[in-house]
Design a protein around this ligand. Structure first.
Ligand code: ADP
Ligand code: ZN
Length: 604
């Protein structure tokens, strides 16, 4: 029997375990039930795939989506692991082939859709595998069993029955959903017995988080996209209409983009998703409908053109970036109006509960907070943060400028809200503070107020930004309804009366950057590109695409960018040197080593 480390090296070309992976794998080798919670991209799949190879017998993997299953099986097969999937969409001849394979004990892993689990009859699943020695059962995306999760699937409830049927097998659950309620529910619904619970860190150090107050959206998008030429990314919008409009506009800008939302026909959606996975296009503009099953590992940016409805959503959606561990950028472009819009939408559907309001408020606070974004996010998910400087967010990279006398600034704004009798919206207050002589300001005599022109040197976006920060910090509120009015809270009134009432308050603005100047790079970005021959990297990417096309699989199944960058850095000169490259397992070297060598030789 080979050891876990040998298997990792031989089939994946990896030489170290990621945090918790080894513990998670040991649980399987020891037949101990387990619940493994790790964020997307942390490497959950390996936790059950490697032990499935080490152990004798067939491991059963339950997975909710055919596309997810297919991806994982394709990747495994490309690495030389005997794996197959069994689901309702299989062609009859493939089904027969898989059934034969199972009977002959050919596979280490079998992926099954939950609705296939308990079916009876001659091609029933338990019947099919029942006579083979099984090793264990792994349940991917296990939160689907819980009504508290965001993807409840009733079919998952059949797992409890499976447990009764196979009392001697250990069961292992994997999820990226961190809340305690879902975790407890999984243990109960699956009937896990004294499971070992392994909960990983939810920080994603390779992601650079930025928040931009929305000004001219298209200009903001252009700036971000200019840093990601030819790279893949997702742009999330709040509504279908915006998705269609933005994706049309991107195509006009010569960017290979497609729309994706629930209003499109199923086959159009599938086609667009496949184009993205197969690198036929670079950018998907989408509503939240686009997500689960997106295994493409080289997503280099996720932009939110409008706030999502909770930090949970934000974590999920932005988490699709940089699954390969390389640098990626997540930008939240946000305005206070986004939150009002969610409220109106939720209200219309009768879903505006107190809980939903709290969730909205939490993300609003995140968006206008002045401090490390990584810290904010992980603290929100209940983790303690110990680093001083993440080196990967707008705050830590020095893109925000804290205002020296924030309390005075805040009081100027509060005072203006008071002077206009708390009867006007944000725009009007901004105009008065900036000393703009608009018709509305003049006709109401607001140009005569002592607060008129108090912030005349600041831009509209800047003043609006401060107001939104004061809303998020609870000093101001906006009324609901079509024409929201800006009013003071009790805290706001207190601060207006007494400058000592908010000692820790810090307001900030975007630091001005010279035109065309790129933001500072994160540590991950600097390190992962260091010494890499970029032209060679692109040539290797092209090779990957050719091989993928020939074999009818998505490119990321062939190689990850991590491997390509290392090849373009170290330029191995023979097959032996190739074996030491990260992500180059034995099968891959035999299979593709020559082709890679040729590209490297031609390039140097
Ligand atoms: P998850 O299922 O948690 O979202 P995956 O299992 O898809 O994550 O893993 C994300 C990426 O990390 C994959 O490309 C995988 O090959 C890679 N990976 C996993 N474990 C390791 C490891 N020990 N060393 C290097 N890369 C790893
Ligand atoms: Zn930071």
């Amino acid at each position: 029997m080979s050891t876990l480390a040998e298997v990792l090296e031989r089939y994946w070309g990896y030489t170290t375990f990621r945090p918790l992976q080894e513990d998670a794998m040991r649980a399987i080798l020891e037949n101990r039930d387990s619940l493994v919670v790790m964020p997307t991209g942390a490497g959950k799949s390996l936790c059950f795939q490697a032990p499935a190879i080490v152990r004798d017998g067939l491991a059963v993997v339950v997975s909710p989506l055919i596309s997810l299953m297919k991806d994982q099986v394709d990747t495994l097969v490309a690495n030389g692991v005997a794996a197959a999937c069994y689901h309702s969409a299989l062609q009859p001849h493939v089904k027969t082939e898989v059934a034969t394979g199972i009977r002959e004990g050919r596979y280490s892993l079998l992926y099954v859709a939950p609705e296939r689990l308990v079916g009876e009859g001659s091609d029933g699943f338990t019947n099919l595998v029942g006579r083979r020695p099984l090793s264990f059962v792994a349940v991917d995306e296990a939160h689907c069993i819980s009504q508290w999760g965001h993807d409840f699937r009733p079919e998952y409830r059949q797992l409890a029955e499976l447990r009764h049927r196979w009392p001697d097998l250990s069961f292992h659950a994997y999820t990226a959903t961190a809340t305690g309620r879902v975790r407890r529910d999984i243990v109960e619904q699956m009937g896990l017995r004294d499971p070992i619970e392994l909960v990983g860190s939810f920080d994603r150090p390779n992601l650079v988080y930025r928040v931009l107050p929305r000004s001219t959206l298209k200009k903001q998008l252009q700036e971000i996209l200019a840093r990601h030429k030819g790279q893949s990314g997702i742009v999330y919008c709040q509504s279908r209409k915006e998705v269609d409009a933005l994706s049309d506009w991107l195509v006009e800008q010569k960017i290979r983009a497609v729309p994706y939302h629930a209003g499109l026909d199923d086959d159009v959606r599938h086609r667009h998703q496949d184009k993205f996975l197969n690198e036929d296009i670079d950018v998907v503009v989408a509503t939240v409908a686009f997500g689960m099953g997106i295994d493409r590992s080289d997503v280099r940016f996720v932009i939110h053109a409008g706030a999502p409805q909770s930090l949970e959503h934000y974590q999920q959606e932005s988490g699709r970036a940089g699954r390969d561990g390389l640098e990626a950028e997540c930008v939240l472009i946000v305005s206070g109006a986004d939150f009002l819009r969610w409220k109106v939408m939720l209200e219309r559907n009768g879903e505006l509960s107190d809980a939903r309001k709290t969730l909205l408020r939490d993300i609003e606070r995140y968006a206008s907070s002045v401090g490390c974004r990584h810290k904010r996010l992980v603290s929100y998910f209940g983790e303690t943060w110990t680093k001083d400087d993440c080196g990967a967010c707008d705050y830590c990279l020095g893109e925000l400028e804290e205002m020296p006398d924030s309390v005075t600034l805040a009081r100027k704004i509060l005072s203006c809200v008071a002077r206009v009798q708390q009867r006007f919206g944000i725009l009007h207050v901004v105009n008065v503070l900036r000393g703009a002589e608009t018709d509305s300001v003049i006709s109401r005599g607001h140009s005569l107020l002592s607060t008129f022109g108090l912030l005349k040197d600041a831009s509209i976006d800047e003043v609006r930004g401060y107001i939104e920060q004061l809303i998020a910090e609870g000093f101001l509120v906006q009324t609901d309804g079509e024409y929201p009015i800006l009013m003071m809270t009790a805290e706001g009134v207190a601060l207006l009366k007494d400058a000592g009432a908010a000692p820790g308050l810090v307001l900030a603005r975007q630091r001005k950057v010279e035109k065309g100047k790129l933001p500072k790079r994160s540590k991950t970005e600097t390190e992962s590109w260091s010494g890499v021959d970029k032209d060679l990297f692109e040539e290797l990417r092209a090779l990957r695409l050719r091989v993928a096309r020939e074999r009818g699989v998505p490119p990321y199944v062939i190689f990850h960018d991590t491997t390509l960058r290392e090849l373009a850095r170290l330029k191995p000169a023979d097959m032996d040197a190739m074996r030491h490259i990260y992500g180059f397992g034995e099968k891959k070297v035999n299979d593709l080593g020559e082709a890679v060598l040729e590209v490297i030789k031609a390039g140097s």
